[in-house]
Design a protein around this ligand. Structure first.
Ligand SMILES: *[C@@H]1O[C@H](CO)[C@@H](O)[C@H](O)[C@H]1NC(C)=O
Ligand SMILES: *[C@@H]1O[C@H](CO)[C@@H](O)[C@H](O)[C@H]1NC(C)=O
Ligand SMILES: *[C@@H]1O[C@H](CO)[C@@H](O)[C@H](O)[C@H]1NC(C)=O
Ligand SMILES: *[C@@H]1O[C@H](CO)[C@@H](O)[C@H](O)[C@H]1NC(C)=O
Length: 504
């Protein structure tokens, strides 16, 4: 899972007696022909082997190991689910589920330990991914590969400030080219960067994630620009040098909560639209339309001016930069877990408050009746999935959409996880509604996650796998939860209800 907001560590459901999200009616349609069902995880959350076989140190290794107090349970990614050693077993689990694709990420620091391109990439790191990808192919499971899932090589942060500096753009592009060269024959679905909002806002804005740079309303936007340029360069490299030969697709993965307006009052509907544009559009609009969303440009410029600044805290995109970023998508990848409710604020936040939240300027809350997942931001409201898909269709001119993450976390980790089953049923049902009722071109769904993993600052406090991992066991034994059986049935039947009741 990627998305974590600043409301870390709060309640969650301690004893999950969740009658989670029983919806009125489960959609009875089969998935459309060719629809891809998959499961996901990411290198820094499952691999472990943090310093083995030549891997370099990442910003998450440094942060969690040197400041264990920052992590809920003082855990670190050093061992995590140990998938670096147990990948064959993990692929068996994926195969047994009967899914079409497996989403994974490549750890940059396994390929180039310091992040910089060198004469030769690290052979043992390369071999690990080659084996993994070839084995997936042999099992007839399509790999979907993310180049960057938050694990910046520490050296790039130390040398020039990581994503705050435009230097990162060409260095990332070099790494991307190397991955396309090395793995392009195996991989048809590439995504460049996972959840830029979390990288930029939490890493360089509020500073609650490594590299813990606290530059609210400044660092997050600088980072956003560099992330977009890095993504765009990688996209063009694929387009020019690899597409013809490898025939793959490339995109970026953007996450958002659905922000449901509390009332039908125009000011609340505007608040919802504004929250979506800051959260999703900050990345989606440049990639689809070339520039920052108009509302983001206007608000940040206005609030900067009122605070007496000479120019907007939001950096401009030059015509050349716009041309580079515009249209760099072959499909739209989204991560979505939760909904919040928003309404207009009665007063504009003080202009001296430069934070991203103040720039957004909405009243964000969670209705008490919505069930909660393993973290405070995680409010379950399945209709939000359908509404988000329709919003994306309308906002970005009906693109092909793939859901690259969706799933349910809790803190109990019970094997009888009916609440997780209900979550999948109701969220996927809303995906089918979006396809069959709203004509959204959704072509794939990826569940997060196949197995429990290291969930960043909440460590192992938040459990989200269909397979339980025993983190107290040095062997990290895996045990299927009830949801693993459920999801296997869904993947096999290609339908959410009893197959004899399914309709085309
Ligand atoms: C982005 O590209 C589209 C399609 O070519 C074009 O219509 C649009 O004007 C471009 N956006 C900007 C901001 O230049
Ligand atoms: C935000 O909304 C909540 C719930 O409606 C309300 O109690 C609170 O006063 C609002 N806060 C502001 C600052 O408008
Ligand atoms: C929605 O608005 C109503 C009426 O103003 C208010 O009582 C309620 O607290 C709001 N709910 C949320 C979740 O903001
Ligand atoms: C969905 O997108 C794919 C890929 O662009 C395209 O081939 C297909 O025709 C689209 N389907 C619909 C119903 O628009």
């Amino acid at each position: 899972m990627g998305f974590v907001s600043i409301l870390l560590f709060a309640l969650g459901c301690v004893h999950c007696s969740i009658t989670c999200c029983s919806s009125a009616e489960v959609n009875k349609h089969f998935f459309p022909p060719g629809f891809k069902i998959g499961v996901a995880n990411a290198a820094p959350q499952i691999e472990g082997a943090w310093n083995e076989d030549g891997k370099g140190e990442t910003i998450w290794d440094r942060y969690a190991i040197s400041q264990p107090d920052t992590i809920y349970d003082h855990s670190s990614p050093q061992v995590a689910s140990d998938s670096y050693h147990k990948w064959r077993e993990d692929l068996e689990m994926v195969k047994e589920m009967g899914v079409d694709h497996y989403r994974l990420s490549i750890a940059w620091a396994r390929i180039y330990p310091d992040g910089y391109k060198t004469d030769k990439p690290n052979e043992r790191g390369v071999a690990y991914y080659k084996n993994l990808l070839r084995s997936l192919r042999a099992l007839n499971i399509e790999p979907m590969v993310t180049l960057y899932h938050w694990d910046l090589p520490q050296k790039l942060q130390d040398d020039f400030g990581g994503w705050l500096s435009p230097k990162i753009v060409d260095i990332f592009a070099d790494y991307a080219r190397t991955c396309f060269e090395l793995f392009g024959d195996e991989v048809k679905w590439w995504t460049t960067i996972n959840e830029p909002k979390q990288i930029c806002e939490l890493g360089y804005g509020s500073g609650v994630f490594p590299p813990a740079i606290n530059l609210p309303g400044v660092g997050n936007y600088q980072c956003a620009k560099n992330v977009l340029l890095a993504h765009a360069k990688a996209y063009h490299i694929y387009d020019k040098e690899f597409r013809q030969k490898n025939q793959g697709k490339v995109s970026i993965v953007i996450d958002t909560i659905w922000f449901e307006p509390n009332t039908t009052k125009p000011v609340d509907i505007e608040a919802s639209e504004r929250a979506l544009q800051f959260s999703f559009g900050l990345y989606g609009n440049p990639v689809f339309n070339g520039d920052w969303p108009a509302v983001v440009k206007a608000r940040v410029a206005q609030r900067s001016k009122q605070a007496g600044l000479k120019k907007s805290r939001l950096p401009t995109l030059s015509p050349e930069e716009i041309a580079l970023i515009n249209g760099t998508h072959d499909f739209l990848c989204i991560n979505h877990y939760a909904s919040h409710m928003v309404s207009a604020l009665s007063d504009e936040p003080p202009f001296t408050d430069t934070s991203f939240d103040a720039d957004i300027g909405v009243n964000d809350s969670i209705p008490s009746e919505w069930p909660k997942g393993g973290e405070a931001w995680f409010a379950v409201w399945p209709p939000g999935m359908r509404k988000l898909l329709v919003w994306l269709k309308n906002t970005y001119n009906n693109p092909e959409i793939v859901i690259t993450e969706n799933g349910f976390s809790d803190n109990a980790g019970t094997l009888e996880d009916d609440h997780r089953i209900n979550y999948y049923r109701d969220y996927v049902s809303n995906c089918l509604d979006a396809i069959y009722i709203d004509n959204v071109n959704l072509t794939g769904y990826t569940a997060w996650s196949i197995l429990d993993d290291w969930e960043w600052r909440v460590g192992y406090h938040s459990l989200i796998g269909m397979y339980k991992v025993d983190f107290n066991d040095p062997n990290r034994a895996r045990t299927p939860r009830k949801s693993a059986g459920y999801f296997t049935q869904v993947a096999k039947n290609r339908c959410l209800v009893d197959p004899k009741d399914c309709v085309h």
